[in-house]
Design a protein around this ligand. Structure first.
Ligand SMILES: C[S@@+](CC[C@H](N)C(=O)[O-])C[C@H]1O[C@@H](n2cnc3c(N)ncnc32)[C@H](O)[C@@H]1O
Length: 275
């Protein structure tokens, strides 16, 4: 790398897109982007340059920006993320919207989020419905620690439980809504070895099987934990909506519907308990 003396020179020499280079400089200097633009001919401090170059090398190696910055926005709020949790996706915002719609007419609903990760879904539901009792589970203690930190930082009131899907909820009150974005990628899907997915926890991405085993466990277990007329609402892969509807039908759910995202792909499916 040729010697550079100003922010402008260093951004121009970066292998990263200008926006990403700016985001990393903002992280190093703790300043807004407008400051960078106003000061782009200032001389660079060698310690700042070294700190920036360490982050730039991580990004150039493919590490997701969210892990480098330690945060990701979800439904307008900033969630802390580390490599212990899945980076919340924009498509999961639709899962939250569907979950909120399912309990719109229910006073003080009881909600269970299975596989909470960063807590993005559970915290968003708890903040949108302060009258709800929200419980969230995960098999990963490290993920639960991040979720609890996000709940505290964002002022959400909910409870976290450690365990395999419903295991920690035996004998718990019945829920009006069970919501989940489980690992649903097929174990042999080549995408697991590409892009951001290489850096995310494998247990957050894949069930290690056909991609449907976690969805199956959640749907099969749901009637035992749902109140009469309770709803289960799950996110799934772009090609799994038909299989998820079949699982719900087989388990006796009614009012089964899959919701399309902005690209017209069915990514969220729900069903209501009819017995
Ligand atoms: C796709 S991530 C979803 C994270 C978060 N809900 C979101 O939407 O961003 C799936 C989560 O399920 C958790 N998980 C995987 N297997 C589990 C199991 N058997 N029981 C409970 N949670 C599990 C993972 O640790 C991970 O946090």
């Amino acid at each position: 790398m040729a010697a550079t003396h100003t922010l402008r020179d260093r951004v121009a020499a970066s292998p990263l897109p200008r926006l990403e280079a700016h985001m990393l400089w903002q992280q190093v200097l703790g300043v807004p982007r407008s400051w960078l633009i106003a000061h782009d001919t200032d001389p660079l401090d060698p310690a700042h340059l070294a700190a920036y170059e360490a982050l730039e090398a991580r990004r150039a190696a493919g590490e997701p920006m969210a892990y480098i910055l330690g945060r990701r926005e979800f439904l307008g709020r900033e969630f802390r993320v580390t490599p212990d949790v899945l980076i919340p996706r924009p498509e999961t915002e639709q899962l939250v919207e569907a979950a909120l719609e399912a309990v719109a007419g229910c006073a003080a609903p009881r909600v269970l989020d299975l596989g909470t990760g960063s807590g993005a879904v559970a915290v968003s539901v708890a903040l949108a419905r302060p009258d709800a009792r929200v419980d969230a589970t995960d098999v990963s203690p490290a993920a639960l620690a991040i979720a609890a930190e996000n709940a505290r930082a964002l002022g959400a009131s909910l409870q976290f439980f450690h365990g395999n899907w419903y295991d920690s909820r035996l004998g718990s009150p019945q829920y009006d809504l069970i919501v989940s974005n489980p690992p649903y990628i097929h174990a042999r899907d080549p995408h697991l070895g590409q892009g951001d997915l290489r850096f995310e926890p494998p247990t957050a991405l894949t069930d290690g099987a056909d991609g449907l085993s976690a969805l199956r466990a959640i749907i099969d277990g749901a009637p035992r934990y749902l109140a009469p007329s309770g709803t289960v609402c799950v996110e799934h892969g772009w090609d799994q909506a038909g299989a998820v509807r079949r699982l719900l039908r087989r388990r006796g759910f009614a009012d089964i519907a899959s919701l399309r995202d902005l690209a017209g792909i069915e990514r969220v499916t729900r069903g209501r308990l009819s017995f």
